[in-house]
Design a protein around this ligand. Structure first.
Ligand SMILES: [Zn+2]
Length: 156
């Protein structure tokens, strides 16, 4: 019975509204070291990456200049924060036993309450970008040219 009804039904099938949006992407490169805690692979040892972060902002409208945000402002705020806090630092889990040793040597560290994976770095930079008031859609954290983690807003 249901199959007959669907064949003859004239009511349009509802579908989600597709909203066109502007997206802008600012890429920021930085170098960092880390190691993963409680992990068996190669990344359990201290090592470094040439990381690349892509910050994507989204908006349905532009400002009077025709911009979602000036690329320069993303660089000036998020880029500067990355340069001051993450660039050329060891990014480590706060309970990693390497932390006190490296601190004693005066090495610059950035400590997280989670493992310093690409996923958690993407989330960190996403939340930091939001704190600058940016309409962040997603942050992609490229740990290598082939490995990327994405942290994306759930609303879009
Ligand atoms: Zn690594």
């Amino acid at each position: 019975m249901d199959s007959h009804r669907s064949i003859h039904c004239k009511t349009p099938i509802p579908h989600p509204q597709i909203t066109a949006m502007f997206h802008i992407i600012r890429t920021i490169d930085f170098c960092y070291g880390h190691r993963l805690f409680n992990y068996e692979g190669k990344c359990r040892h201290l090592h470094g990456h040439n990381g690349r972060v892509e910050i994507t902002l989204a908006s349905e409208v532009t400002d009077r200049r025709g911009m979602v945000l000036d690329f320069t402002d993303i660089k000036r705020m998020a880029g500067q924060w990355i340069e001051d806090n993450l660039d050329h630092r060891m990014i480590l889990y706060q309970l990693d036993p390497a932390v006190p040793v490296l601190q004693q040597l005066g090495e610059p560290l950035y400590l997280l309450d989670v493992n310093p994976t690409a996923e958690n770095l993407a989330k960190l930079i996403f939340e930091k970008s939001q704190s600058f008031g940016f309409p962040v859609l997603e942050v992609k954290m490229w740990e290598t040219p082939r490995c990327c983690a994405v942290y994306r807003s759930g609303s879009a």
